[in-house]
Design a protein around this ligand. Sequence first.
Ligand code: TYM
Length: 339
Amino acid sequence: MISSKPILFSAIQPSGNLTLGNYIGTMRHWSDMQNNYDCLYCIADLHALTIQEKKINLKKSILDTLSFYLACGVDPNKSTIFIQSHVYQHGQLNWILNCFSQFSELLRMTQFKIKRKIEKKCAKKTNVALFNYPILMAADILLYQTNFVPVGRDQKQHVELTRNIANRFNSLYGNIFTLPEPLITQYGSKIMSLLEPNKKMSKSDFNKNNVIFLLDDIPTAILKIKHAITDSEMPSKIYYNIEKKPGISNLLEILSAITNKNINVLIKELEGIMYSEFKNIVADYLSKFLSKLQKSYHNYRYDESYLKKIVYEGAIQSQLKSEKTLKNIYDKLGLIPLF
Ligand code: TYM
């Protein structure tokens, strides 16, 4: 049956424990999106190989990530859920798109520059895949003729690069690729670190007190919120202003996401209270939110045969879908498809 819904693609790399940033920036929207889009939710394990940390148990991390997809309401009967490395077409298209990407445009990628700086600081050698990373992401997206890509703000530049590569290819070979658009929400698309609210909350942060992990135990998560940086404005006042009050604004974005309440409504409700009381409220809602999510996560996580069945079926469906695009590309490029 041909779907008439727009196609939506999203992915997370299983490179460690998922964070509240991952949840708020993308995963929290995934369940509802299933009603309006034909959704593909991918676990980008090949992307995770760019980080060669012995500490990461990739097999475990892939299944952990999958269990969180399900706990967030992604339904295998409505969406295609799969592991990137199971669908060989991604690697194939990645190589082809390399031939249509420019070295200079990849050098401009902010995320590459940031990661490279961190690696240099730790005297690590940067692997080529870290540079190539956004092209594999472009392959992920373009294989499925994706219309929309829900991402956090840090990934916007990669989706723009994807459009540029697709445009370049289309101008040479006709309308092969759909041009994808990023879906980025006004609030929650860049959750900041708790102690340094001028930088993004990130799973790879050396200081774990900067980050709420979805698997943090509840007392730890509460303490992290209570220690979050606010500001010294006197008298203290709760309102949203990213430049003047990055810490408070970040906590407001977190509270808004987990309560599903508009930020302006929250600001009215929180009028006149002290920062410490505000943090207690955030901690309280966060602990309820995490307890519920973790309970559901554990229910899925313990049944590995069910998890493997889902990704097996997802791989078959995505191979079928992506093969269509790849065959068309082979044909245009003068390669000979096998079948
Ligand atoms: P990754 O694994 O770093 O992050 C997954 C998603 O979470 C979002 N995110 C955040 N959103 C708000 N605040 C934060 N602090 C925060 N931290 C992370 C990211 O923007 C992202 O949407 N390359 C991608 C994975 C990927 C992908 C794709 C995404 C591979 N192929 C195709 C979309 C389409 C990545 O490493 O995301």
